[in-house]
Design a binder for this molecule. Structure first.
Ligand SMILES: [Zn+2]
Length: 209
C-alpha cells in the first residue's frame, strides 16, 4: 500500500468539508460536545463513525480488542470518566460485532501470550454464562451469542463505575448494548434493560456519593 494515497485522500476530504462551509475546521477547532461515548472493537472492519454516519465532533471513541471494559484498565477508565464527567455525554454505547477475532480467540484453548490476560475477560463472560452457551450446539450460533453476552457484561462493567451511576441517577444518562453484523452491515440494538441490570447488581456494586 502506498501511504502517500492517505495524504491525497486527506486533501480531498478537506476540500469536501470546506466546499460548502469554509469555516468548517475553524468551528471544529472551537471544541467538542459529543452526545455519545462509543466503546467498540479495534477491528478494521468496524468503522465507528462511518457505519453510523456520525461527523467529527459527534462521537467520543474508545476501541480495544473485543470492546472490553476492565476496572484496572486505566485507559478505558479514563476515557469513560472523562466522557461522563467532563464532556457529559448522554449515551454510552458498548458495541461488539459478530465475527470478532478477539471473542473467537477466547473460545479456543490456546496460549496466546500477552493476549491471555486480556482474553481472560471474555473467558470470564463465558464462565458466567456457561450453561446457556454450552446448550447451543451450533458453534457459529454459540460464537454469536458470546459476542452479545460480552457486550452485555462489558456494558454492566460500565454501570459499575461511580461516575456512571452518578450520571444515570442525576441526569438520566443511558447505557446501550449494540452489535454490528459485518455480514449485512446492520447495527443491532440488543435492547438490554440496563435499569434492570443495574437493580440486579446494585446490592453489590452501588457506590453512593
Ligand atoms: Zn472484534
Amino acid at each position: 500500500m502506498d501511504l502517500s494515497k492517505i495524504f491525497e485522500n486527506n486533501e480531498k476530504w478537506i476540500q469536501s468539508k470546506t466546499q460548502n462551509d469554509p469555516a468548517y475546521f475553524e468551528n471544529l477547532n472551537k471544541g467538542q460536545k459529543p452526545e455519545v461515548l462509543y466503546i467498540g472493537c479495534s477491528d478494521s472492519r468496524v468503522t465507528a463513525e462511518d457505519l453510523m454516519g456520525m461527523q467529527p465532533g459527534e462521537l467520543f471513541v474508545h476501541r480495544n480488542v473485543a470492546n472490553v471494559v476492565n476496572a484496572i484498565d486505566l485507559n478505558a477508565q479514563s476515557v469513560i470518566n472523562y466522557a461522563v464527567t467532563h464532556l457529559e455525554v448522554n449515551h454510552v454505547v458498548v458495541c461488539g460485532h459478530y465475527s470478532c477475532g478477539g471473542v473467537k480467540a477466547a473460545m479456543q484453548a490456546q496460549d496466546l501470550g500477552i493476549l491471555n490476560p486480556w482474553l481472560r475477560n471474555i473467558r470470564d463472560v463465558y464462565r458466567s454464562h456457561k450453561d446457556e452457551l454450552n446448550a447451543i450446539s451450533d458453534e457459529d450460533k454459540r460464537y454469536d451469542r458470546l459476542v452479545e453476552l460480552n457486550v452485555k457484561e462489558q456494558a454492566i462493567n460500565v454501570v459499575k463505575m461511580a461516575a456512571v451511576q452518578r450520571a444515570m441517577r442525576k441526569r438520566g444518562m443511558q447505557i446501550h448494548g449494540w452489535v454490528f453484523d459485518i455480514k449485512s452491515g446492520k447495527l443491532i440494538d440488543l435492547e438490554i434493560d440496563f435499569q434492570k441490570a443495574l437493580s440486579d447488581i446494585m446490592e453489590i456494586y452501588r457506590l453512593e456519593d
